[in-house]
Ligand binder design. Sequence first.
Ligand SMILES: Nc1ncnc2c1ncn2[C@@H]1O[C@H](COP(=O)(O)OP(=O)(O)O)[C@@H](O)[C@H]1O
Ligand SMILES: [Mg+2]
Length: 258
Amino acid sequence: MSGELAILMEGVFCQLGKKLVLNGVDLFVRKGEILAVVGLSGTGKSTLLKVIAGLVPFQKGRVSIFGCDLNDCSEEQINLVRQHMGFVFQSGALFDWMTVAENVAFPLRVSDKGLTEFEIMNRVRKLLEAVGMEGTENLLPEQLSGGMKKRVAIARALAAQPDLVLYDEPTSGLDPVMVGIINELIKRMRDQFGVTEVVVTHDLDSALKFADRIAMLHDGRIIAEASPEEFIRLSNPMVQQFVRGDAFGPLTEFLDRL
Ligand SMILES: Nc1ncnc2c1ncn2[C@@H]1O[C@H](COP(=O)(O)OP(=O)(O)O)[C@@H](O)[C@H]1O
Ligand SMILES: [Mg+2]
């Protein structure tokens, strides 16, 4: 089974400052799968992605990426795994002093793939075409709309041909058509290139469209996990509240105290 897995997390605890953010996370992602991680704001979704990416340390448990156990692997092996990973940050953060083309070229320049300038620019052009951003090479991020920035961020995350892409709220703050475009891109990356994708989002409608499986995080734990069809029918009252978008329920007990 483990050979089939891209990610395996077992009993992962992560404390940041005084806050226990991940409180025993168990989660797996199959190779070539699109997993959506949903949940309310502040439940630890971004932290979960950062632990997978090795950007945030964890204190207890096991995290294994493509068979490399982050506790046991050498720095060298972990770096190798990281080279096969792309990250689309929540803010769609681009380097604001670099043009669109240089942003997308960045992972190619820092990797030691030994590409020529011609090859790099060729790949940048193809990546920008793939996200519908051809012709924007020489623009600066400040000249782009939110949806355009996200698409450039996705092109950059895909530049080094990763096997695993982590997306943090890729559709937040976008208009409905742009949300549709990003959802389509996420699906296409897996369908065309077999990329494994983990998409953190509080947008359940999007998750239902692109995910093979949906996991719900609450209070630092995975409380439910199912296919989209099954997820919306789960009887777990927390899932039901999330699916219905009810103000009152077990996810928001604090409301009763107001
Ligand atoms: N570096 C940090 N130090 C202390 N608390 C943090 C830190 N990062 C996040 N938190 C807290 O951890 C909780 C989960 O954060 P986050 O993972 O960003 O949740 P989500 O992405 O689901 O909104 C929040 O309460 C947040 O305030
Ligand atoms: Mg977040």
